[in-house]
Design a protein around this ligand. Structure first.
Ligand code: NDP
Ligand code: 8X3
Length: 248
């Protein structure tokens, strides 16, 4: 299989690339930080093709896709993994630019990548799109505001893809993890405050990027007649909060 992964310079994306290559597949590893991609490509060898690409920039996507060598163009699996959360401030205080960046990356970027790669899958009558959602798209929490809303978009977009793709042979999955450590997610969310990022995982045994990569691999290697619509994972230590009732 040829697997196109966005956000492969860190976290889930890099681990997914390792997992697919270890199992004999080829991966296009894309992200903005080309030096990171070069390091991963050196680790993975000829089975990995680094491709610098910013999902928020239509021209960057078009240029990158145009540079794909002919033998790498038949993409069997698109993993829309590039994404981010910025900040945990309440809605009335959160910087508008952070909201715009999350929407541009997690929603518009993901939709744009899908629109670019989906038609060839439909033409061939096979393919799979795995979109990285989140538990934040299912359950609200304080400070989740726009991040959670972007992940709800990811889930509903995926299900609407399923509606359009029925009968085409092309599959789509929303993969929605909960608390997952060992990636740059919280370092990005807390804008480089690594101590605050580390605190998120204190005293927990969170999911790992390997757990998510293995789940993506399992989804991609199911028989072609099986579609996982949406799958949610949490670490065993994570649960649900009670309703928050302010009493006077
Ligand atoms: P990381 O921060 O470790 O990795 C995010 C990746 O996205 C990086 O490779 C980054 O690369 C890339 N990226 C960010 N913006 C862009 C952009 N504009 N264009 C292209 N690539 C971009 O995060 P995780 O691996 O933890 O998260 C991956 C996905 O999983 C995200 O969508 C996240 O929302 C989701 N998720 C994460 C959870 C967690 O707890 N970790 C839980 C649930 C969902 P670069 O900066 O080089 O462009
Ligand atoms: C990441 C999980 O709980 O930080 O999507 O929103 S959470």
């Amino acid at each position: 299989m040829i697997v196109f992964i966005t956000g492969a310079s860190a976290g889930f994306g890099a681990e997914m690339a390792r997992t697919f290559v270890k199992n004999g597949h080829q991966v296009v590893i894309s992200a903005r930080r080309s030096e990171r991609l070069a390091e991963l490509a050196a680790e993975l060898g000829e089975a990995a093709l680094p491709l610098e690409l910013d999902v928020t920039d239509p021209a960057s996507i078009a240029d990158a896709l145009a540079m794909l060598p002919q033998s790498w163009r038949q993409i069997d699996v698109l993993i829309n993994n590039a994404g981010l959360a910025l900040g945990t401030k309440p809605a009335q205080e959160a910087p508008l630019e952070d909201w715009e960046t999350m929407i541009a990356t997690n929603c518009a970027g993901l939709a744009r990548m899908t629109r670019a790669i989906l038609p060839a899958m439909v033409e061939r009558g096979s393919g799979l799109v795995i979109n990285l959602g989140s538990v934040a798209g299912h359950y609200p929490y304080p400070g989740g505001n726009v991040y959670g809303a972007t992940k709800a978009f990811v889930e509903q977009f995926t299900l609407n893809l399923r509606a359009d793709l029925a009968g085409t042979g092309v599959r789509a999955t929303n993969l929605a993890p909960g608390l997952c450590g060992g990636t740059e997610f919280s370092n990005v969310r807390f804008k480089g405050d690594d101590a605050a990022a580390a605190k998120v995982y204190e005293g927990t045994t969170p999911l790992t990027a390997k757990d998510i990569a293995e789940t993506a691999y399992w989804i991609a290697t199911l028989p072609p007649h099986v579609n996982v619509n949406s799958i949610e994972l949490m670490p065993t230590c994570q649960g649900f909060a009670p309703f928050n009732i302010k009493r006077v």
